[in-house]
Design a protein around this ligand. Structure first.
Ligand code: PGA
Length: 251
């Protein structure tokens, strides 16, 4: 049985105070389950105070981005080693907001995936089609391109630290989630494609999350799909009670 990973992507929200309180509430409310992994991904400036709160708890710490160089003259950027130094186990790479708002290419995202894995982080690699691509019948083709380019060169021993988040762009922050059938179809495709890119065993053990308007009332139906192994949660992760309800629905 694959583990289930529920991760909260806090995006550009919270303050020092509210971030610490939110993390503390998640730690307090979490009911342990052997299949369950939980992580929160605060903004960069709040990684250290949140790491303090999470210390000794089963809740993992993740960052929302990295720059794919070990160090150097890259004003404003943060390296994978810095994230490790701050206590991160996870990093989100290739989120659609970075692809579409910040203009990150498949090739740049691939560099980030490889740099995160090389630094020992678990990389939550996000992929997903836009509404126009879905309407044009291109969903599988887009996922194929993002997987093939984004995961080029992943070392055999690094796949176990890779998580894929299927996040249809039209479902992110819109209140319009994919149906369980749409999520299952896309995620089964992702698993088949990873079996070709890596191996059947890698694909079988791979955690594939669904993301896009996951809420307490739709989490159970999405997460009951055979190829949905958890959720990447945006808006609902900013309220501890909602995030914890999604976590409970996952196990
Ligand atoms: P949402 O965001 O849950 O607010 O739709 C999900 C994400 O962007 O990861």
């Amino acid at each position: 049985m694959r583990p289930v990973l529920v991760a909260g992507n806090w995006k550009m929200h919270t303050t020092v105070k509210s971030a610490v309180e939110l993390a503390a509430s998640v730690v307090r409310g979490l009911e342990a389950d052997p299949r369950l992994r939980v992580a929160v991904c605060p903004p960069f400036p709040y990684l250290l105070p949140v790491a303090e709160v999470l210390r000794g708890s089963p809740v993992g710490l993740g960052a929302q981005n990295l720059y794919p160089k070990p160090e150097g003259a890259f004003t404003g950027e943060v390296s994978p080693a810095m994230l490790r130094d701050c206590g991160c186990q996870y990093v989100i790479v290739g989120h659609s907001e970075r692809r579409h708002v910040l203009g990150e290419s498949d090739a740049f995202i691939n560099e980030k995936v490889l740099a995160g894995l090389a630094a020992g982080l678990t990389v939550i690699f996000c992929i997903g089609e836009t509404l126009a691509e879905r309407d044009a019948g291109l969903t599988h083709a887009v996922l194929d391109r993002q997987l093939t380019n984004g995961l080029a060169g992943v070392a055999d021993d690094a796949w176990s630290r890779l998580v894929i988040a299927y996040e249809p762009v039209w479902a992110i922050g819109t209140g319009r989630n994919a149906t369980p059938d749409q999520a299952q179809d896309a995620q089964a495709f992702v698993r088949r494609r990873v079996a070709q890119l890596a191996s059947a065993a890698v694909a079988d053990n791979l955690i594939i999350q669904y993301g896009g308007s996951v809420k307490p009332d739709n989490a159970a139906s999405l997460l009951s799909q055979p190829d949905v192994d958890g959720a990447l949660v945006g808006g609902a992760s900013l309220k501890a009670d909602q995030f914890l309800a999604i976590v409970r629905a996952a196990v």
